[in-house]
Design a protein around this ligand. Structure first.
Ligand code: IMP
Length: 427
């Protein structure tokens, strides 16, 4: 039986991971975020109230689960405190159930400002970021000049590091963007105050996770974004700045890669993407609008409309292999209810060979090759057993299994917790 389970989005994010975490929660003891920051948006309905988690693991809304923010996450303390306050009102007892690694890099106001200035510039490539300073904070991390949580408790070091950072950033704001500077004293005081406020949450995640493993506890590694947004393996440069594939887990927490017992991959029954970048199966016609409207496809973090298209099983199959996926969860199949024809991309037609496409994922200009499926009239919405699905929907799911060479073990048939089919429980 699996003790540790990774939950990974296999498309461009927004696959419906929050709902799957919610479903697994009753069997979990702990959940860990290990990459990204408050760019994520996991929407949950708790006691009839909608709550969106950006930075906290979404498992926090279950009172018996201890949650961790691992070293691979870039943390905005403004965002964290805001989210804790919100979660405290709905769920309570967060202080006793949340540990933040003292090795996390912090997102500072200059990261957010530079991210937004770059995105707003007409001269620079627009990525369509969430504007939350994620990429700029990771730049400092790999540049070995991040301010980490632990630095908040060493006043001289903190002041020196902030001074060095502001020398650099203020000169860019001034000279490259003709924008205002950030004041050192104000920023220093804010960091000290934040450090005090954060103290009850700071901990040694590596040791605590080892203790959990030794006690045979069930742990979820909760991915954010999706495999195709991975900085190394995704559709570069239109990616986020962290390793959102399975590779991010070991370095983002401090465990061995062999410590993952089961990898659960999440994919929508169609595809969506927010921000810029290639999207071969994107639909620009009324079908795209239909999927967007019926699927409620609006970004949970930025409120931007999501681009919509058919399921890309060519990319999904690649993401399954990259991430060693043991089982798939297909979400939002009910959005396809009532369509006459459903298409699934199985290959690309392109001058470039598939191995070369996969190596770089530069997908501009490739043409999808589609397999067409007959749609179904009898709704899948709300179904809770595979046997209850109509034959056409079953055929659609079985074809995904064939194309991706992995079992579909869960199917989400609606937004409510109980609208779920479990063919094999991953824990
Ligand atoms: P960043 O992560 O804010 O730097 O944005 C980089 C790209 O990743 C943009 O296209 C964003 O829309 C996308 N992105 C970041 N986080 C998410 C997410 O949680 N869901 C979907 N797309 C995301």
């Amino acid at each position: 039986m699996a003790k540790t389970i990774s939950l990974l989005g296999l498309q461009w994010g927004d696959e419906g991971k929050g709902k799957v975490v919610d479903h697994l929660a009753k069997d979990l003891d702990a959940a860990i975020r290990y990459q990204g920051g408050h760019n994520a948006g996991h929407t949950l309905i708790v006691d009839g109230k909608k709550i969106v988690f950006h930075l906290l693991p979404s498992a926090i809304c279950h009172a018996d689960i201890h949650c961790y923010i691992g070293r691979g996450v870039v943390v905005s303390l403004d965002a964290l405190f805001e989210e804790i306050e919100e979660a405290e009102q709905v769920i309570g007892n967060i202080e006793d159930r949340l540990t933040v690694s003292s090795a996390c890099s912090l997102i500072q106001p200059y990261h957010i400002k530079l991210d937004q200035l770059r995105e707003g510039s007409k001269k620079l490539t627009k990525i369509g970021t969430t504007g939350r300073g994620i990429g700029t904070a990771y730049e400092d991390r790999v540049g070995r000049r991040s301010i980490r949580v632990t630095d908040l408790y060493s006043e001289n070091k903190l002041r020196d590091k902030l001074e060095e950072a502001l020398d650099f950033y203020n000169s860019i704001f001034n000279h490259s963007f003709k924008s205002s500077e950030i004041d050192l004293n104000e920023l220093f005081d804010k960091n000290l105050k934040h450090g005090e406020e954060l103290k009850p949450y700071v901990g040694n995640v590596i040791q605590e996770v080892r203790d959990l493993q030794n006690a045979n506890k069930k742990i979820l590694f909760e991915g954010a974004q999706g495999a195709l947004l991975d900085v190394s393996l995704g559709t570069y440069p239109y990616v986020t700045s962290s390793n959102s594939s399975v590779g991010g887990i070991a370095s983002g927490i401090g465990i061995s890669p062999t410590n993952i017992d089961f990898s659960l991959g999440i994919a929508k029954a169609y595809t969506t993407r927010v921000g810029e970048g290639p999207f071969p199966t994107e639909l620009f016609d009324s079908m795209g609008t239909y999927l967007a409207e019926k699927g409620g496809e609006v970004g949970a973090t930025t409120g931007r409309p999501r681009r919509c298209g058919w399921l890309d099983a060519f990319l999904l199959s690649h993401a399954v292999k990259l991430n060693g996926i043991d089982g798939l969860c297909i979400t939002k199949i009910d959005v396809l209810d009532g369509l006459e024809t459903i298409k699934v991309c199985t290959d690309y037609s392109s001058d470039i060979s598939n191995p070369e496409l996969i190596e770089t994922l530069t997908l501009e200009g490739v043409e999808p090759v589609y397999k067409e499926f007959k749609g179904w009239d009898e709704p899948t919405a709300g179904k809770q057993a595979f046997e209850e699905l109509n034959d056409k929907a079953k055929e659609f799911i079985l074809n995904i299994e064939d194309l991706c060479e992995v079992p579909v073990i869960m199917i989400s048939t609606g937004p409510k917790r109980e609208d779920t089919i479990i063919r094999k429980h991953p824990l």
